[in-house]
Design a protein around this ligand. Structure first.
Ligand code: BDR
Ligand code: CA
Length: 309
């Protein structure tokens, strides 16, 4: 299986992303690292440990990383993910401690230990990834690839121009997009095709297991909050990035030059995407079209595998 490191901020959709990876035979989660984003570093790390416990990921280290962005003031997403960062399902007493290493150290160690083999899957603000690049620039050559959830080429969700993970730490995102490594951007244009529809919820609910109950409780809450804030159905953003890492053919991508806007007042944190290549050579594979049913089939089969373990 492909070795992946999930750098996340659970986060309702981050939780689904972890479960999707945990139950899939084609990927092996070698580490989970956390970063402040949807909620504080303490809360998202506790949530990651709960999800790992539910998924049976006992031997996988969970390490906490950056408590805030590099330059800008911190923003959280409590209105979507709640006060705990994972409101909805019942609390799961974690079966493992937080790893004593800093997330940035664990990311670097893991990449150096498996040269050319690690796929980084960031589903959160890019603070840890930028810090890891600065601390050990060789990781840019030594990772297999980076598949991140963040950005968009049409519209934002936090501002008209910017998506949350990029807007929460634009300077870090700028480091990550300019690192010259193989990078796939799974942004809002793609994840808009992964709505948590009533059909999906009833398919998951029909599994009738404790893990499916957790996911349904979580998605009910997610849908309710996104309905209140955006007047729309929730989309399971972060699972799309894991889906791409599992099976690249789940989505279509187009190469483009992507630059993160750091100086605009209305556009701070925008991923300015040039499909024409006029502003520079392509540095990103930009995900455009999702084979939605195939992603949900993978999710269902992961949830079945976890329940059977
Ligand atoms: C991203 O922002 C977070 O709230 C979600 O977990 C996802 O990673 C979507 O914009
Ligand atoms: Ca996230």
């Amino acid at each position: 299986p492909k070795k992946i490191v999930v750098d996340c901020d659970p986060g309702l959709d981050d939780a689904i992303a972890i479960l999707l990876a945990a139950g899939n035979p084609d990927v092996e989660i070698v580490a989970i690292t956390t970063v402040a984003g949807n909620q504080t570093i303490e809360k998202v790390t506790l949530n990651a440990r709960q999800v790992c416990t539910l998924a049976g990921l006992r031997g996988v280290p969970v390490a906490a990383g950056a408590a805030g962005p590099l330059v800008r003031d911190q923003t959280l997403a409590a209105e979507i993910h709640g006060d705990t960062g994972m409101d909805g399902p019942a609390f799961i007493p974690p079966a493992m401690e937080t790893d004593p290493r800093h997330a940035v150290d664990l990311i670097i160690e893991t990449v150096l230990a498996h040269p050319g083999e690690i796929t980084l899957v960031p589903t959160a603000p890019l603070t840890n990834i930028a810090l890891a690049l600065r601390r050990e620039p060789r990781i840019a050559e030594l990772v297999k690839e980076v598949v991140l959830m963040g950005g968009s080429y049409t519209r934002g969700n936090i501002t008209p121009a910017a998506e949350f993970n990029i807007h929460a730490d634009p300077e870090a995102a700028a480091v990550v997009f300019s690192a010259g490594w193989p990078l796939t951007m799974v942004g809002l244009d793609l994840t808009a095709q992964a709505a948590a529809t009533p059909e999906l919820l009833s398919r998951i609910g029909a599994l009738g297991t404790s893990v499916s109950r957790f996911v349904v409780d979580l998605l009910d809450h997610y849908n309710a909050n996104v309905g209140k804030v955006h007047g729309a159905m929730a989309t399971i953003h972060d699972a799309c990035a894991v889906g791409r890492a599992i099976d690249p053919s789940l989505m279509e991508v187009t190469p483009a030059h992507v630059e993160v806007e750091l100086r605009g007042t209305a556009t701070y944190g925008m991923t300015v995407t040039d499909f024409r290549g006029r502003s520079g050579p392509a540095n990103t594979s930009v995900a455009t079209k999702l084979h939605t049913e195939r992603l949900w089939d993978l999710l269902i089969s992961s949830l079945e595998t976890i329940a059977a373990a």
